[in-house]
Design a protein around this ligand. Structure first.
Ligand SMILES: Cc1cc2nc3c(=O)[nH]c(=O)nc-3n(C[C@H](O)[C@H](O)[C@H](O)COP(=O)(O)O)c2cc1C
Length: 248
């Protein structure tokens, strides 16, 4: 089986990292994207934004990226919003601008601010242990059993979204089992999936390929964003650079 010892050490870090700052509003701010992407070819031809002269590929790109964010969903799973303790008391928390939140939620907020997309918290009927050690053991058992935790939050209007950012922590070198429930529930055919991740050394750990296997008819962007749990609070610039590279 996997290296439990390493994650025992990790657990000590988790317990020590609990923050006690207050929790803030979940109201998403308005989007700020205004300029559509222009393809290199279009720029070379001097056609700028004249849609009539665009290739089908460019047009498709505009349809997905050139919006006020209304076609973008930012789904994320964080232990802090799936715990039997409140998010502030959870081991799975970081503090950004004085606000305590789950780490994946912190990155999701950064993506939301830049893209104007809609936040969606993946939630389950499981109350994951707030205690780091108990969570480590619980997650290991879930993975060994190929569990599919029951989802209690559901995307109501999937047709409205062309682009789905999906954020998750690395758990035992894989996605949390709740993500498998999530991909079981939805068919993202024809949509663009953009993964983002927080880890403690393993980075994506092969999970982007797993997502492509689970959603074979979606376009899964392999240039996902991944950040160490220690660097989340200061990641806003890196997130912005990454999004800029993708045309957002
Ligand atoms: C159950 C569990 C298993 C984990 N397994 C790994 C792992 O295999 N590799 C890794 O780099 N980090 C691992 N971590 C660290 C998490 O990926 C990291 O703490 C992440 O920030 C958690 O996200 P959250 O705080 O938003 O829930 C694990 C954390 C937990 C709680």
């Amino acid at each position: 089986m996997k290296n439990r010892k390493k994650w025992g050490v990790y657990l000590m870090g988790v317990v020590l990292a609990v923050h006690t700052a207050g929790c803030g509003s979940t109201e998403p701010p308005a989007g700020n994207r205004s300029e559509p992407p222009v393809s290199d070819e279009a720029e070379q031809n001097g056609v700028g934004n004249q849609e009539d002269n665009m290739s089908a590929e460019d047009r498709a790109q505009m349809e997905t990226a050139d919006t006020d964010g209304s076609n973008i969903l930012i789904a994320y799973f964080t232990a802090g919003e799936n715990s039997d303790v409140d998010v502030v008391s959870s081991a799975s928390v970081t503090t950004v601008d004085g606000e305590a939140k789950g780490r994946l939620r912190a990155v999701a907020d950064m993506i939301q601010t830049q893209t104007g997309g809609t936040l969606f918290s993946i939630q389950t009927s499981v109350d994951y242990p707030g205690d780091g050690g108990a969570l480590i053991d619980y997650a290991a058992e879930e993975q060994e059993e190929y569990a599919r935790p029951e989802l209690t939050s559901h995307i109501e209007n999937l047709d409205d979204y062309d682009v789905i950012f999906i954020g998750y922590p690395t758990w035992w070198y894989d996605m949390p089992q709740a993500l498998y429930s999530f991909f079981d529930e939805y068919d993202f055919s024809g949509k663009t999936i953009i993964p983002f991740n927080v880890h403690n050394g393993s980075r994506f750990s092969g999970t982007i390929e797993t997502i492509q296997d689970l959603e074979p008819d979606a376009e899964v962007i392999t240039d996902g964003f991944t950040v160490s749990e220690r660097d989340v609070a200061g990641a806003v610039g890196d997130v912005a650079d990454w999004l800029g590279g993708l045309g957002y």
